[in-house]
Design a protein around this ligand. Structure first.
Ligand SMILES: C[S@@+](CC[C@H](N)C(=O)[O-])C[C@H]1O[C@@H](n2cnc3c(N)ncnc32)[C@H](O)[C@@H]1O
Length: 216
């Protein structure tokens, strides 16, 4: 399952940002951009699963430095093409399930956009441990992800025995692939993330949630 998610995004590198063009999401996106900029100002940021660098482009100007990572070279190639202040952003390949990044454990903030929803419930503790190891204990962790919104979100195809929800996604060649896409409640986020972090704050708009915490 993990591989199907990784491969799905590999072939979406050049079309991925269409999700950010949905008209009904624009006001929420602006709010999140402002909040993210405030949270990551003056931080040495490790970004996990940076994708095309959509969010990187917003916060790089205010961060002290950014190490933007993703498992997919095709995503990193698109991200490298964005506009950043000179010398601020470096890129590196990294697997969120087995993190090896330059300057391991020496970041002040870790950011992952739209990764958490694709992590199975039974793998979430492992991923948090990987982020803590890579970014460092005491690091601020910021996650952004989707709420389920009828008519805007993709349909949920099934729920598995662990409670993970799965969506069918259309690939560029027209074939379909099933990927994990979870829509956690605040209480589920608090319980799961509270195992590895403290000072959890959750902010929700109609379409998105943003969580800030400190990794233990
Ligand atoms: C939904 S996209 C989010 C991209 C970006 N963070 C954003 O918010 O626009 C998910 C990203 O996770 C990356 N990815 C998939 N599997 C991964 C893994 N095991 N480790 C790190 N990144 C992974 C994909 O290549 C893709 O760029």
């Amino acid at each position: 399952m993990r591989e199907s998610m990784t491969n799905y995004y590999a072939q979406r590198a050049t079309t991925y940002e269409s999700i950010y063009h949905k008209p009904e999401r624009q006001a929420d996106l602006q709010l999140l951009q402002q909040r993210l900029i405030a949270l990551l100002a003056d931080q040495k940021v490790l970004e996990v699963a940076c994708g095309t660098g959509y969010w990187t482009e917003f916060f790089a100007p205010v961060a002290t430095s950014v190490m933007a990572t993703d498992i997919n070279p095709a995503m990193l190639e698109v991200a490298r093409g964005k506009n950043y202040p000179a010398g601020k952003v470096q890129f590196s390949g990294a697997d969120a399930f087995a993190m090896h990044v330059p300057d391991m454990g020496n970041y002040s903030a870790c950011f992952a956009g739209f990764l958490w929803s694709h992590v199975k419930r039974e793998e979430q503790a492992d991923v948090l441990a990987q982020l803590s190891k890579a970014a460092g204990k005491g690091t601020t962790l910021v996650l952004i992800d989707n709420n389920y919104v009828e008519g805007s979100s993709g349909t949920i195809a099934r729920t598995d025995l662990e409670g993970n929800t799965h969506q069918l996604r259309m690939q560029e060649d027209g074939s379909r692939v099933e990927i994990v896409k979870n829509f956690p409640t605040d209480s589920f986020l608090r319980k799961r993330i509270g195992l590895a972090a403290r000072d959890i704050r959750i902010f929700r708009t109609e379409h998105f949630w943003m969580l800030k915490c400190t990794l233990k």
